[in-house]
Design a protein around this ligand. Structure first.
Ligand SMILES: [Ca+2]
Ligand SMILES: [Ca+2]
Length: 319
């Protein structure tokens, strides 16, 4: 954005006199309109330049040793900004996982999500020659009916840790999601998924929006109070089939502007808090890693089943 700074010194002084006391008191969490819906963006990846799944605590998932390149790069996001790019280098056909670990990102904007009804994110599918298909998943702390965090023992360490509710996109003919292509004002309704994978047109660039009702709680986790709380979000993950088919090495699809939309309220953000608002402390062990790995293995296996089923189907069809 270009700001023309034709402001007189007198006016600057007047503004500062008013603005400083205000901003010291409270900032307001941004509400942004995306296709007509109130939205809060948790990350736009602008502070995460260069982070890769090989070395980062915030970008996790499949590593470069598996022939992929999952990293935050400039130019692949909305308006050529930063985005999490999922790319293949030498991978020859498996289901890979790219994760943005919210709970490790001190710049994540996680306030004011009461009233959220939908997960929303931006997709740049420009590196994919044959249509786009992937599965989103997110994890958050589990709470009981009284609003207390559910704790569970880590079988490896014996420590009590926050239980995590993992939600994956529903595998059903009536699973619904919406897409809003760049430059369009009309959300397009899509119905049905295949092996929990949503599909978008070849070359799609724009937002995807999915109501919480269209997610399933992963079988290995629980949602004790039976609702999406969004009090402590752990991760967003994207599962994607990696094949040697992409035109540009290191670029199949990119994900940007991950957030939530719904009936969001204006909330004040406590700017006086100098410690991390995402509760990153050394005494808090990495939560849910074991659960997360179980999920990943489950998904990889279910992905493999889908792939084998598709192969069998194609063979049958070609026979
Ligand atoms: Ca961005
Ligand atoms: Ca819950």
């Amino acid at each position: 954005m270009d700001f023309t700074r034709k402001v007189t010194i007198g006016l600057v002084s007047a503004c500062l006199a008013v603005v400083i006391p205000f901003s010291a008191a409270a900032a307001t969490a941004d509400i942004k309109k995306v296709g007509g819906f109130d939205t809060r963006i948790i990350t736009d990846f602008e502070t995460l330049s260069g982070q890769t799944s090989d070395t980062s605590e915030i970008i996790l998932g499949t590593k470069s040793t598996d022939g992929v390149d999952f990293s935050v790069k400039t130019g692949y996001g909305i308006d050529n900004s930063n985005a999490l790019v999922l790319g293949e280098t030498t991978a020859k056909g498996f289901f890979a996982e790219a994760t943005y670990q919210v709970s490790k990102d001190e710049d994540a904007e996680t306030e004011g999500l009461d009233g959220a009804t939908d997960l929303l994110f931006y997709v740049n599918g420009g590196g994919e020659p044959d249509g786009i298909a992937f599965m989103p998943l997110f994890g958050e702390w589990d709470y009981d009916e009284d609003g207390n965090a559910v704790m569970e023992e880590n079988a490896n360490t014996g420590n009590m840790e926050n239980a995590i509710t993992w939600r994956e996109l529903g595998d059903a003919v009536d699973t619904v999601y919406y897409s809003l292509a760049d430059g369009s004002t009309e959300w397009v309704k899509h119905t049905g998924t295949s092996g929990r994978y949503l599909s978008l047109d070849t070359g799609f660039k724009g937002y995807v929006k999915i109501g919480f009702d269209n997610f399933d709680v992963v079988w290995s986790s629980n949602d004790v109070n039976d609702k999406v709380d969004l009090k402590h979000i752990v991760r967003f993950s994207f599962y994607y089939g990696m094949y040697a088919r992409h035109q540009d090495a290191g670029y199949a699809i990119a994900i940007d502007n991950i957030g939530f939309s719904g009936d969001l309220k204006e909330v004040a953000v406590d700017s006086s808090n100098t410690t991390s608002k995402n509760e990153i402390t050394s005494t808090n062990p990495v939560t849910g890693d074991m659960v997360g790995n179980t999920v990943i293995v489950t998904l990889l296996v279910s992905g493999l089943v889908v792939m084998l089923a598709e192969t069998a189907f194609k063979k049958k069809r070609n026979a």
